[in-house]
Design a protein around this ligand. Structure first.
Ligand code: KIV
Length: 308
C-alpha cells in the first residue's frame, strides 16, 4: 500500500483544547448550531465549541419546549453540524429521558451521538441528580458537559423560565450541583439563568470552565442560541441575548423583493438563465425556423455555452 501524504489539515478541537483555553484564561465563545451551512460559517468564524442544543425543538422544529425532542432528531442535526465543521468541538445535547433512566440507556444514547452523529462530547442537564449518569458516561470515555441552573427539560417542574439560585437554599444547592458535576468528571458545564455574583463565585470554586447563558460576565465562557444572536425572531428575544444582526428583517425584505420580482417578471433575468442553440431547439421540437413563435427573442445576449 502506498503512503500518499495528505494535505495538512487543522485538527479538530477536543476537550483538551478547551481545557487549554481555560487554563490560558481565554474566555470561551460557544454558539448553538443545528444545520450544515450555519455550522460551516460559525466554524470559519473560529467559534471553538458548537452546541447542537435541544433548543432546536423550539427554534428549528417549532415545538413548545425541548421536552418533545427525540434522539432521532438530535442525531439528524448533529450529523449535519459535524459535516459542516472541521475545527470546532461539536457538543450534542442528550434529549429528555435519553439519559438518567437507566445507566445502560444513558450510555447507549451518548454512544449513538458520538459514534453515529460524530459529536466530540455530549451535554446533559442536572446537578447532583445527574452525577451518577455523568460518571457512567465519562468512565466509558465519552466527554460530558453538564448543565445546571435553569434546566429547560425540567421546565414543567420548575414552572417557567426563572432565574435560579436566588434564595439561600437554592444558591447552596446550585453550588453543590456544580461541585457534583465537576466531581463526576464533566469537562465543563453550562450555567443557565443564574445571578451573576453566584455564577462568578461558582466559577471561582471550580477547576473546569463554566459556560454561561444569562449568568453574567464572570463565567469562563458564554453560550448563545444562534437564532437569538442573529435576530431571527420578531416576537421574542430573551433578556440575556444580544442581537448581533437583524436577520428577521433582512430575510423578510429579501423575500418580499423576490416575490415582487417574480410577479413583475424581473426575476429571473439573463444572468440567472441559460440558452440553447435555436437550430437544435427546432430539431428537438420538430419544427423549422419558420415555425418559431413570433416575438420570442433569439440570442438575447446570453452565451450559448454558459453553465449556471
Ligand atoms: O439547548 C440549548 O440550546 C442549550 C443552551 C441554552 C445552553 O442547552
Amino acid at each position: 500500500m502506498s503512503h500518499v501524504p495528505s494535505p495538512q489539515k487543522a485538527s479538530r478541537l477536543t476537550i483538551a483544547s478547551i481545557a487549554r483555553l481555560y487554563a490560558d484564561g481565554e474566555r470561551i465563545a460557544m454558539l448553538t448550531a443545528y444545520d450544515y451551512l450555519t455550522a460551516r460559517i460559525l466554524d470559519e468564524a473560529g467559534i471553538p465549541m458548537l452546541l447542537v442544543g435541544d433548543s432546536l425543538g423550539q427554534v428549528i422544529l417549532g415545538y413548545d419546549s425541548t421536552v418533545r425532542v427525540t434522539m432521532t432528531e438530535m442525531l439528524h442535526h448533529t450529523k449535519a453540524v459535524v459535516r459542516g465543521t472541521s475545527r470546532a468541538l461539536v457538543v450534542a445535547d442528550m434529549p429528555f429521558l435519553s439519559y438518567g433512566v437507566t445507566p445502560e440507556a444513558s450510555l447507549e444514547n451518548a454512544g449513538i451521538l458520538m459514534r453515529e452523529g460524530g459529536a466530540g462530547a455530549v451535554k446533559l442537564e442536572g446537578g447532583e441528580r445527574s452525577a451518577k449518569t455523568i460518571e457512567t458516561i465519562v468512565r466509558a470515555g465519552i466527554p460530558v458537559m453538564g448543565h445546571i441552573g435553569l434546566t429547560p427539560q425540567s421546565i414543567h417542574q420548575l414552572g417557567g423560565h426563572r432565574v435560579q439560585g436566588k434564595t439561600r437554599a437554592a444558591g447552596r444547592q446550585l453550588l453543590a450541583d456544580a461541585l457534583a458535576v465537576q466531581q463526576a468528571g464533566a469537562f465543563g458545564m453550562v450555567l443557565e439563568l443564574v445571578p451573576e455574583q453566584l455564577a462568578a463565585a461558582i466559577t471561582d470554586r471550580l477547576h473546569v470552565p463554566t459556560i454561561g447563558i444569562g449568568a453574567g460576565a464572570g463565567c469562563s465562557g458564554q453560550v448563545q442560541v444562534i437564532t437569538d444572536l442573529l435576530g431571527m425572531s420578531a416576537e421574542f428575544t430573551p433578556k440575556h441575548a444580544r442581537h448581533y444582526t437583524e436577520l428577521h428583517a433582512i430575510i423578510k425584505a429579501a423575500a418580499e423583493a423576490y416575490r415582487s420580482d417574480v410577479a413583475s417578471g424581473a426575476f429571473p433575468g439573463p444572468d440567472e438563465s441559460s440558452r440553447m442553440d435555436d437550430a437544435t431547439l427546432d430539431e428537438v421540437l420538430g419544427r423549422t425556423a419558420l415555425d418559431r413563435p413570433e416575438g420570442v427573442e433569439t440570442g438575447s445576449g446570453i452565451p450559448l455555452d454558459r453553465d449556471l
